[in-house]
Design a protein around this ligand. Structure first.
Ligand SMILES: C[S@@+](CC[C@H](N)C(=O)[O-])C[C@H]1O[C@@H](n2cnc3c(N)ncnc32)[C@H](O)[C@@H]1O
Length: 270
């Protein structure tokens, strides 16, 4: 994975939170928060928290005396998340790599991570780290996107950009967010990391937007796909976004648009 695939900085955090989060992350954040709350954890660690969509959904559902540590590799994402969160003394924000977490062994009842594992350079090492931090019987709850063909706007944008840059198509979306969907591999890597009971559920939702422009801006300007487009031609970001918007309009219409998104939701016991 190129280093730029994990750089969420500059104007990405704001565009991510404004466009990507309502488009595809909110329904799955509600799902993670509901599953997490049903485990009644007191000490919770969130990794790869991004702009805080899960934190905002989960914090109100945790007990009064809970301890909720929220981390991400990129400080600008965490700053954005903290700026959107209502004051809450139970929450501590901390920049941290999910593969080298600065916490003691067996400190948490729950480690949760929404759409972060695909960015880990070594998933088994990331899972081993989650397991180290869990009390015996604690839960690791996370989700990953299914293959890009099951996530229609991401596929549309990737295909459109292949026409804009035919000699060197930007493949970030297929390579990284949608590059880790093999459930047998996920299960094996969790077992290699020492987790025992592993349950994987595949869940579909609808991604909705008020116009075709919204998903085009979301993917082209609110994710590291932006870094990849600008590396090819910094002056072409707007034209590439416009082309992706017209491709989505051709397929889904020029008014409100909706399309399938699909993810795997995983619970593993330490
Ligand atoms: C697709 S976003 C998901 C963010 C958030 N969980 C959400 O649902 O909106 C992926 C996040 O993973 C973070 N990330 C990438 N590599 C990481 C690592 N090694 N450790 C922790 N976070 C990482 C990025 O900074 C980014 O915020």
């Amino acid at each position: 994975m190129p280093e730029t695939d994990k750089v969420f900085a500059g104007s990405i955090p704001e565009n991510y939170d404004r466009y990507m989060v309502p488009l595809i992350f909110e329904p799955f954040a509600a799902d993670i928060a509901q599953r997490a709350a049903s485990l009644s954890p007191n000490a919770v660690l969130e990794t790869a928290a991004g702009s805080g969509v899960v934190t905002r959904a989960l914090a109100p559902r945790l007990p009064q005396g809970a301890n909720y540590i929220v981390t991400d590799l990129n400080q600008p994402m965490l700053d954005y998340a903290a700026s959107r969160q209502a004051p809450d003394t139970r929450i501590k924000w901390r920049q941290a790599d999910a593969l080298a977490l600065p916490f003691e062994d067996a400190a948490f009842d729950l480690v949760c991570c929404q759409f972060g594992a695909m960015f880990f350079p070594d998933r088994t090492a990331g899972y081993r780290e989650a397991r180290r931090l869990l009390k015996p019987g604690g839960h690791f709850l996370f989700n990953v996107w299914d293959r890009i063909e099951e996530n229609v706007f991401a596929d549309d944008v990737t295909n459109a950009l292949a026409e804009v840059f035919p000699n060197n198509p930007p493949r970030f979306l297929a390579r990284t967010p949608h590059g880790y969907h093999d459930t047998a591999l996920i299960r094996r890597e969790l077992e290699d990391a020492g987790f025992s009971r592993v349950v994987i559920e595949t869940t579909a939702e609808q991604s909705r937007a008020s116009s075709p422009r919204h998903p085009a801006i979301a993917y082209c300007q609110g994710t590291p796909l932006r870094n990849e487009i600008e590396a090819r031609d910094a002056g072409k970001l707007q034209a590439a976004t416009d082309y992706a918007a017209s491709a989505i309009a051709n397929r889904h219409g020029s008014g409100e648009v909706a399309a399938k998104i699909q993810a795997h939701v995983i619970v593993a016991v330490a």
